[in-house]
Design a protein. Sequence first.
Length: 263
Amino acid sequence: MPAIVDKIAETLHIKKHEHPDQSSPAASSSTADPSSAPASATDAASTTPVFDHEKVKVFFVLGGPGAGKGTQCANLVQDFGFCHLSAGDLLRAEQNREGSEYGELIRKYIREGQIVPMEITIKLLENAMGAELAKPHTTEGWEDGRGRFLIDGFPRKMDQALKFDEDVCLSTMVLFFTTTEEEMLKRLLERAKTSGREDDNEESIRKRFRVYKEQTMPVIEHYSKQGKVATIDATATIEEVHQKAKEIISKILAGEIGHNITA
Ligand SMILES: Nc1ncnc2c1ncn2[C@@H]1O[C@H](COP(=O)(O)OP(=O)(O)OP(=O)(O)O)[C@@H](O)[C@H]1O
Ligand SMILES: [Mg+2]
């Protein structure tokens, strides 16, 4: 298995330098001011992230299962023109995409109950970001090769966090939605009635709580030490939580918050 992982990593690394779509139109245009272009993989040293965090704002959205990440992301997309990327959705889509070079591998890892190698998840995120930046945009926050992303449910483990920040784009902030396990369980059991998600059953939910505590909480602590965590109490109604999140993001985008904050 490690040999396969090495091979994937190697392949992905090489692929990284072949994708022209990782840069924005501004970056690929011959008339563009080079200083306004995001750094691209082609001109980057191996330790330079693909995207320049001064122009590309990445907000990680974390919180326990059922805390309301997806719900709030949908609201924030409307408010601020974010591109919302969910790592889980990208993996599922890639697995089902005809002609995917990673589909079989993803299927194999999932079938064997293993975590998909982070290189694949990160590469999917990077590709999705590159594709979004390459589209023409007229909305605020997307001019001149700029962009703003909500990355939902990622990074779930420390290694993913470190690798993304180092290789793809240094994250701007973590939105951390928090509430009690009791509340999350209640929400997920309710969602189970219509979600069709295989993991929306009590046994899976309990396992997800455990994995979240063991693997994702250290990620929150890591970013907290860097002063990059906005903790939002997600116990209130969807609209109340939305208003709190909206207020905080407005301030972060205006450059008014550069430290941990709690709302
Ligand atoms: N503040 C809230 N009050 C009551 N219900 C909520 C609230 N926020 C979200 N919900 C509901 O709880 C359920 C879980 O929300 P959501 O899918 O957004 O969670 P999530 O954090 O994305 O979960 P997962 O990690 O499983 O993807 C949904 O049915 C949603 O409608
Ligand atoms: Mg979700």
